[in-house]
Write a protein that binds this ligand. Structure first.
Ligand code: NAI
Ligand code: 15L
Length: 264
């Protein structure tokens, strides 16, 4: 890999990959609207608003792979999500089409399927059930990936990330937790696999509670190594058992599914 672009590089997963993918490509091109600090060895900093099509076109030129993390990462107004997520992700895919179709890893979210019930085991064929305006933008990004692969052969993997933090923060995250190490391993597999087509998979570690089945993506060779189980006692002590009929417990999206419409 010569030049790998990471959008959203100033965010929490972006900072993680910036550190952990140092040296993985000859050049890491790091982009965000927020401050990216100073360029280190092998880094190129390209500030860019993803909503600006011309700027995104220049951003993507010369890249061999893209990790697309940039955008609004929680529920927000439709206008903000429209600009950063809907427009931003369209601009990115369309620029990639014009510049040699570099493979894209799109950071989708469990909130694209957040209105599925916790007792439903999802797999590659499960339908989208967004739980928020944010989740809708992730469902749209997945569909962009489907369209750009079918129409233009632009390979891409949408990862429905669960909860990627150093430790699970609550009882729900015992099921949705994706360890930073497992995330980094997944990113590398996406760019090292011979072929990925258009694939949608779930980003969770090998936790005891499993809501998602990635059997359809076994060709990637990504086998999560970590488990939230090591944190169970701590999490359960800090967070009392919840009412099983609470919408935040019934649905996979948790509080995103339980919340009212953001614009009201
Ligand atoms: P974050 O909010 O820390 O980082 C997102 C970055 O995108 C920020 O630095 C922000 O400045 C940038 N950004 C927002 N709008 C932009 C625009 N118009 N142009 C350029 N940059 C813009 O989020 P985090 O946690 O690092 O997540 C990264 C990605 O992964 C996001 O797309 C998020 O939706 C997704 N994700 C993260 C999960 C997690 O557990 N951290 C779970 C599921 C999905
Ligand atoms: C997400 O999509 C968010 O970006 C992140 O902040 C977490 O809330 C995560 O999902 C989750 O569901 O835990």
């Amino acid at each position: 890999m010569n030049r790998l672009l990471i959008t959203g590089a100033a965010g929490s997963l972006g900072r993680l990959l910036r550190e952990r993918l140092a040296g993985y490509a000859s050049v890491l091109r790091l982009s965000d609207i927020a401050d990216l600090g100073q360029a280190g060895p092998g880094e190129e900093l390209v500030p860019c608003d993803l909503a600006e099509a011309a700027a995104v076109d220049s951003l993507v030129e010369g890249c061999d792979g893209i990790v697309h993390l940039g955008g609004v990462s929680v529920e927000n107004t439709f206008e903000n999500i429209l600009q950063s997520n809907f427009r931003g992700t369209y601009n990115l895919f369309d620029a990639a089409r014009r510049h040699g179709a570099p493979r894209i890893l799109f950071a989708s979210s469990n909130h694209a399927i957040g209105f599925h019930r916790r007792e439903d085991r999802l797999d590659g064929g499960s339908r989208q059930k967004p739980d928020s305006l944010y989740g809708l933008s992730k469902a749209y990004g997945e569909n962009l990936g489907s369209y750009y692969f079918d129409k233009f052969g632009l390979e891409n993997v949408a990862v429905r990330i669960g909860s990627c933090y150093p430790e699970p923060k609550d009882r729900r995250m015992l099921a949705t937790w994706l360890s930073p190490d497992d995330f980094v391993r997944l990113v590398k597999r996406v760019f090292e696999a011979t072929r990925v087509g258009h694939t949608v998979l779930y980003g969770a570690s090998a936790n005891r509670e499993q809501w998602w089945d990635n059997g359809h993506a076994a060709f990637l060779g990504w086998v999560p190594q970590d488990s939230s189980e090591q944190f169970r006692a701590k999490v359960e002590a800090a967070h009392p058992r919840q009412d099983p009929d609470d919408p935040a417990v019934r649905f996979q999206g948790g509080s995103f599914a339980a919340a009212g419409h953001f614009e009201d």
